[in-house]
Design a protein around this ligand. Sequence first.
Ligand code: CDP
Length: 226
Amino acid sequence: MTGAGARPFVIAVDGPSAAGKGTLARRLAAHYGFAFLETGLLYRAVGWRLLAGGQDPADPKAAVAAATQITMADLDDAALRREDVAQAASKVAAIPEVRRQLLGLQRDFAARPTLPDGRPAPGIVLDGRDIGTVVCPDADVKIFVTASVEERARRRYKELLERGENAIYSRVLQDMKDRDNRDSGRVVSPMVPAADALVIDSTALDADAAFAAAVELVDERRGRVD
Ligand code: CDP
């Protein structure tokens, strides 16, 4: 068992937008009593800071200046969930110096994870795009959750309607394709499954089946380090 003082057990959950990685990551963290870090919020916080200040998210100088200001305390803002903030996030995320700034925050938290009440956690689940490849290449478990872009756009569209936002499916699909292209096509830390990741395609697999597959892998790895 990973005891107090031992290296935290790290689970990396990567994948494109609306593939179900957030749901899976959150559920895994609750199941094992681990901390949870949604790393996309860091990029969203940088994007939001720029939008709120009337600046261009694609401007590297402004984006790097904003990234140096970000702390974990910025991640609770409800505005971060907005679609325009998601688009801005994927623009700042393509800037190498922004990624470098945010890397330190992510690695520090992963090395000493804490639960929301401040207690140290025996492990951590991080979700993002490059956790298994760049942020925590030595993660104990790596999972890459994916689904077809049409299915992901359908899910996001439904989510937006449920939140009472105005949404048009064709627009949501196009935005999703644009973001996929930016995330997969960027030179630094492009979104790719780590070579040793378990790939879960959630197009035909429901959330419970995805969770069961992940738990089986985590239990097997935890057994091995016990
Ligand atoms: O919630 P959703 O999957 O739509 O997005 P997110 O995880 O909040 O990420 C927003 C944007 O941040 C992504 O489109 C990526 O461009 C960027 N991101 C990244 O580059 N690396 C990460 N580890 C996490 C997010």
